[in-house]
Design a binder for this molecule. Structure first.
Ligand SMILES: [Mg+2]
Length: 261
């Protein structure tokens, strides 16, 4: 391939699993830096703040600047900043998100009564009908909805659980309005990352362990998608998938092999 300007790296399953870096990942990132590629670290995590994620990566040995890490909440902030510039006025938001990530939205004015945007994330057991009706009425009265993701369900130690996609889809239906969805594989999210660096999709590559979110999402944007066979990679799922990665690596440790010297 023609060497890209920007490399987007997935976190969980690509750079680390749990509390351990994938063998060779720290060195691989350093090698990419020596080759002067622009790097952005992307994650859909919505339960850890930007500061916590940054600390986690650094404690595993990765070196990165704060602006290089773009989580789904930070993607939402970039989206809001972009809308703020278009509208030429400060936006009022109501973040309905986990306590841990509320600080990610400190740059905006908060308003639970008459916000311009409701930002929806994971709030665990806090859902109830009163909250649903409060959000419904606010959106019905003109506010827009930004969802940090729209996942259907997730795996917990107690088995599968309904995820916020249930509430996002429900609110979209009863308000007759589409939410802006952040996080991979959504276009708005990838576009905000590209814009923040000033690079075109054709000059960027995404490297990750999720064939749908990382590889498929990138390819839909006109970026290249590189699959790593770590983390959630499963051979059977890969073989049955209609998505064909531009490159496949056994691990991030080999990432330099896909670029021209
Ligand atoms: Mg991953």
């Amino acid at each position: 391939m023609i060497n890209p300007k920007l490399i987007m790296l997935d976190l969980d399953g690509t750079l680390y699993i749990g509390n351990e870096a994938i063998p060779g990942a720290v060195t691989a990132v350093e090698q990419l830096r020596e080759r002067r590629f622009l790097l952005r670290f992307l994650t859909n995590t919505t339960t850890k703040s930007h500061v916590e994620l940054l600390q986690q990566l650094r404690s595993l040995g990765f070196t990165l600047a704060a602006e290089e890490l773009i989580s789904a909440p930070i993607g939402a902030c970039l989206e809001l900043q972009s809308l703020q510039r278009q509208m030429d006025r400060p936006l009022r938001i109501w973040p309905v998100v986990a306590g841990a990530i509320k600080s990610d939205f400190n740059a905006f004015e908060w308003d639970e009564v008459n916000p311009d945007f409701v930002v929806l994330g994971d709030i665990g057991e806090r859902w109830d009908l009163a909250l649903i009706n409060q959000i419904f009425n606010i959106i019905h009265n003109g506010a827009e909805l930004i969802a940090l993701h729209k996942n259907r369900f997730w795996q917990t130690s107690d088995g599968l659980k309904a995820d916020i996609g249930f509430f996002v889809a429900g609110l979209e239906f009863i308000c007759n309005k589409n939410a802006r969805i952040m996080g991979k594989p959504n276009r708005d999210f990838f576009q905000r990352v590209l814009d923040s660096v000033g690079v075109n999709a054709s000059e960027a590559i995404m490297v990750g362990d999720d064939i749908d979110s990382d590889v498929g999402g990138a390819q839909l944007m006109g970026m290249q998608g590189c699959l790593v066979k770590t983390g959630k990679y499963r051979k059977i799922y890969f073989e049955q998938s209609g998505i064909k990665p531009n490159m496949v690596l056994s691990s991030i440790a080999d990432v330099l092999s896909i670029f021209r010297p």
